[in-house]
Design a protein around this ligand. Sequence first.
Ligand SMILES: Cc1cc2nc3c(=O)[nH]c(=O)nc-3n(C[C@H](O)[C@H](O)[C@H](O)COP(=O)(O)O)c2cc1C
Length: 191
Amino acid sequence: MKSKISIDFENYALCFIPVPVYLISTIDENKICNIAPYGMVMPVSYNPLIISVGSAKNRDTYRNILQINEFVLNVPSVELLKKVNRTADPIPSSEDEFIYAQLTPIESEIVSPPRIEECNSHLECKTIWIKDISKICNNRVIITAEVVALSLDQNIFLKNLCKQKGLMKPLYYEKHSYFTIGGYVGNRRMR
Ligand SMILES: Cc1cc2nc3c(=O)[nH]c(=O)nc-3n(C[C@H](O)[C@H](O)[C@H](O)COP(=O)(O)O)c2cc1C
């Protein structure tokens, strides 16, 4: 039997798997654009495509989603790491974060917030509901949304997922450190 050690909650990161990093692009009522990195993002259904996002309430991202009910999950690659960090800087909500982070807005297919051209893929989302969990978890909400459009860079449009994820080079995050995907290790048929 493997011997186990108990971990105090302060060291939670030792037990968790790092979270995938998305850049969420939003706009406010005056069409000012905002971008922020989010790791607390998870698919909850693939048919229909539903995702949930964990957010603090004191984020421009959250305030914009409340106003507009739409947002885009953009998938950055490791090359964008420095710009990802820039989008996490606390800048005034009156400032366009595309300009601040030197990223390029491109029109989305369905929703009003723009996609980020430099990212590899884009999930355009419309809010279904927002659950305020402040009572159990200070100042936080869960946003659940339907993905209404998907798009991808032409050069990573490969049906072979092993190769495709290698080219995508997504970022993962845990306690101030970034990681990337390790590589293909097997499939569901393996026993
Ligand atoms: C890699 C990374 C992942 C993050 N994930 C989340 C998250 O899932 N939820 C959240 O509320 N904040 C998260 N943050 C913090 C926000 O991105 C950060 O506070 C940002 O300044 C918020 O910007 P905004 O006010 O423009 O929305 C994350 C930060 C980093 C660097």
